[in-house]
Design a protein around this ligand. Structure first.
Ligand code: 0PR
Length: 368
């Protein structure tokens, strides 16, 4: 234990409020307790864990409802990467096609998935508002396209693609996957709070599947991602026989699954409810606007007005994000950066409070 304590002491912790670059956060105590209580569960062999299986079905059903779907199926998996891989895998095996159309702003997990699945990435440039350029997307979607990807909350700037317009370009039989790994637990509550937000989920008729990650803004422990689909039997096309197990076939990439996160996600959702998530999102947005004000007070320009709790900030001429990031790190602050457009990036998760933002900007002023 002393050795473990030593390692832990070298780590950064959410409770310090100095990690302003992560899309994960400290889960509430109930999420942690639920996780610990289910630490033995392994839905890779679900016959041993009918109770946890039942919880997974309920969590998928609730997430499906949150995404405005009915009769949604899916799985709790290890995170957004695994869910995105599943989407491509199902599309490839169902359509027999190989092209994957996604915006330049898509998460790198799609590049990984294409490499693993021997699929062909077709990257679409962004328009001036930094979301997918619809005209350019139209030109590359064709009868070789297996799946089109739209983003509901880009990793770098929290932006939402024009998904209804993208949906209208999807040919019959082609898959349309929305990556709402981050935005899925933000956009519905921003809508509740009166923000004008576009539709991004199963309300759009062409959307076939969605990634949403409870271990990001869903307040669950890691690892918890969700793959949701409205296509009945979709995952049969990636099923692998597992005759010696209790479930006969597996329809996930992972075999053994840390299914404690299923209980944790269930606990987070039951405990917080819509009202709780709304309050969390409101607090994060208030702190994000606070950071935007601090940036402007320093004479720094925002890349865009924040749509969600991710903020891109331009540095003054001649100041390199990489260097500013490194100097802040030396002082114990972890921010992130974006290469294009070149800027520093703050992710204002629930563990980041206004007082942390104030301290960060004091340091940023000195560093600049
Ligand atoms: N889709 C989107 C939109 C994402 O932002 C991410 C991850 C993924 C998919 C993949 O999710 P998993 O990492 O769960 O497989 N976004 C963050 C990123 O790559 C994840 C992250 C989390 C990074 C915590 C750092 C960190 O400290 O930047």
């Amino acid at each position: 234990m002393a050795e473990l304590d030593k390692a832990r002491a070298e780590d950064m912790h959410f409770s310090d409020g100095r990690i302003i670059s992560s899309m994960c956060t400290a889960p509430p105590p109930l999420s942690l307790k639920a996780h610990m209580d289910f630490i033995e569960s392994n839905l890779g062999n679900s016959g041993l864990y009918p109770g946890t299986s039942q919880l997974e079905a309920q969590v998928i059903d609730q997430l499906g409802q949150l995404m405005n779907g009915t009769g949604i199926s899916g799985h709790i998996v290890n995170g957004g990467t695994e869910s995105n891989i599943m989407a491509l895998w199902i599309a490839r095996n169902t359509t027999g096609k190989k092209e994957v159309v996604f915006p330049e702003s898509a998460h790198f997990s799609f590049a990984k998935a294409c490499d693993l699945l021997d699929m062909k990435p077709v990257s679409v440039p962004l328009s001036d508002d930094l979301t997918i350029d619809i005209d350019k997307a139209r030109r590359v979607i064709n009868d070789r396209t297996a799946i089109v990807i739209g983003m509901a909350g880009t990793t770098e700037l929290g932006l939402i693609d024009p998904l209804r317009e993208l949906g209208e370009l999807i040919p019959e039989g082609t898959f349309f996957h929305v990556d709402a790994a981050f935005g899925g637990f933000v956009i519905p509550f921003l809508k509740d709070l009166g923000h004008e937000m576009p539709d991004f989920d199963f309300k759009i008729p062409e959307v076939t599947s969605i990634t949403i990650d409870p271990h990001k803004m869903g307040m669950s422990t890691m690892p918890s991602g969700a793959f949701l689909t409205r296509k009945i039997g979709a995952s049969d096309n990636i099923a692998t026989r597992a005759p010696y197990l209790t479930l006969l076939k597996q329809t996930t990439l992972s075999g053994t699954r840390c299914s404690a996160a299923v209980a944790s996600t269930y606990a987070a959702m039951r405990n917080l409810g819509r009202v709780g998530y709304r309050q969390i999102v409101k607090n994060c947005m208030d702190t994000t606007y606070h950071a935007a004000t601090r940036a402007r007070e320093l004479g720094l320009e925002l890349v865009k007005e924040p749509v969600m709790n991710v903020l891109g900030i331009h540095l003054p001429e001649g100041k390199e994000p990489e260097q500013v990031q490194a100097l802040l790190k030396q002082r114990g602050w972890m921010v992130s950066r974006v290469e294009d457009p070149k800027c520093i990036r703050l992710v204002v998760m629930p563990h980041v409070e206004k007082r942390h933002v104030d301290l960060l900007f004091k340091e940023l002023e000195v560093v600049i």
